[in-house]
Ligand binder design. Structure first.
Ligand SMILES: C[S@@+](CC[C@H](N)C(=O)[O-])C[C@H]1O[C@@H](n2cnc3c(N)ncnc32)[C@H](O)[C@@H]1O
Length: 171
């Protein structure tokens, strides 16, 4: 969730939906709680690895994962993070959605070429397809209306930090 700016935008847009923001750092949760007073937002301080498994299976309409820490999406750590997304899959209702916004950077922080980006995007999609998701659509960059500290920072360096948005659905 970070500081919860995006969570607030989303929750204002759909007041009949309940939104749960998860963040491991308490200072971010304090910031978010001090600003967000919406009745449809619950902020939980903890690790999503501990919290998501406590949700009932097939109870969640959508997970929105925006710029997860590399530990939870890095290509070299695939075997470590895949079980987490598998548990997230189980918690989604049938036809439930996962929106993932993530980024590719070059190890030497050189600009990311179109080829590198396309190979990486194909690998990323294949990971989620292997978990049982179908790809509804994908976009370069983060959704235009999304604002967060990290998204704004990454948008400032689009050649070296290339974001992608995958909209996935549980089959
Ligand atoms: C790159 S930031 C993105 C934050 C936010 N989504 C944004 O766009 O500004 C990653 C966030 O994930 C949090 N985080 C890292 N590991 C976590 C975990 N296991 N459970 C919950 N939050 C975690 C970090 O504290 C940080 O706020």
């Amino acid at each position: 969730m970070g500081d919860g700016r995006l969570l607030e935008i989303l929750a204002k847009r759909k007041p009949s939906w309940m939104y749960i923001g998860i963040e491991i750092h308490n200072d971010q949760c304090i910031q978010a709680r001090s600003r967000i007073t919406l009745p449809n937002v619950l902020i939980i301080n903890g690790s999503f690895e501990d919290i998501v498994p406590t949700f009932l299976n097939e109870s969640i309409d959508e997970f929105i994962v925006v710029l997860p820490d590399p530990t939870y999406i890095d290509q070299k750590k695939e075997e470590q993070w895949k079980p987490f997304y598998n548990s997230l899959y189980l918690k989604l209702k049938k036809q439930g959605r996962l929106q993932l916004v993530t980024e590719l950077t070059d190890e030497l922080l050189e600009p990311v070429s179109d080829d590198q980006y396309s190979v990486w995007a194909n690998w990323l999609k294949s990971c989620f397809v292997s978990l049982g998701f179908s790809l509804m659509c994908q976009h370069d960059g983060a959704p235009r209306q999304y604002i967060s500290r990290c998204i704004e920072q990454f948008r400032g360096d689009p050649k070296r930090i290339r974001m992608i948005t995958l909209n996935l659905v549980k089959k």
